[in-house]
Design a protein around this ligand. Sequence first.
Ligand code: FES
Length: 210
Amino acid sequence: MPAETYSDHPILPLADGWHAVALSRDLPAGAPFPVILGGREIVIWRAESGAVRAWVDRCPHRGMRLSLGFVRGDTLSCLYHGWRYRGEGGGCDRIPAHPDLVPPKTITVERYGAAEVAGLVWVRMGEGADAPAVADAGLDGAMSVTIDAPAESVKAILTLPDDMEAEVQPVLAARCRVHVTAKRDCLKAAIAFAEALRRRFETSDLIAAE
Ligand code: FES
């Protein structure tokens, strides 16, 4: 079943390849984190080993959001009936109501490629390279902000200082998230930049002009 089937939102077309969805520092081990990428509901999570996973945010059993579940080692368990899924491959390896049952191999979560580069967590749509094609220039995550405007509107006015980078993630048709990264000694300025960008859309007629 296509991943889009599980979303409560209209699905936007997205280019194949890697899309930034969060700052690495906002994803500690053991805390599943829900994100929306072009209407697709995705749970990103970090195993205790540090590996990052990106899955469709729906349990294959009865559709509970896996972002409400819990991480143990390199597994993510659903909060509802406790079905447990392996980080590697996404297969179910435990059904608490039937502890002696070996779950069929067909019970598997829908997965996306996931990677961490340049202080960001990336999710791959469709086919594409094994890793995001961005240089890891020693940048750290500064701040992510949500802006109620289309991603293209934000990209059109985004002018970055030399020591910062930003990735704009389409969330819904009229909402996006901007992830700002910077050199370590510029993080305060980058946070101020992200806040100012968000305020600019809150207080101006940039949205109405689109
Ligand atoms: S809905 Fe997830 S285990 Fe039942």
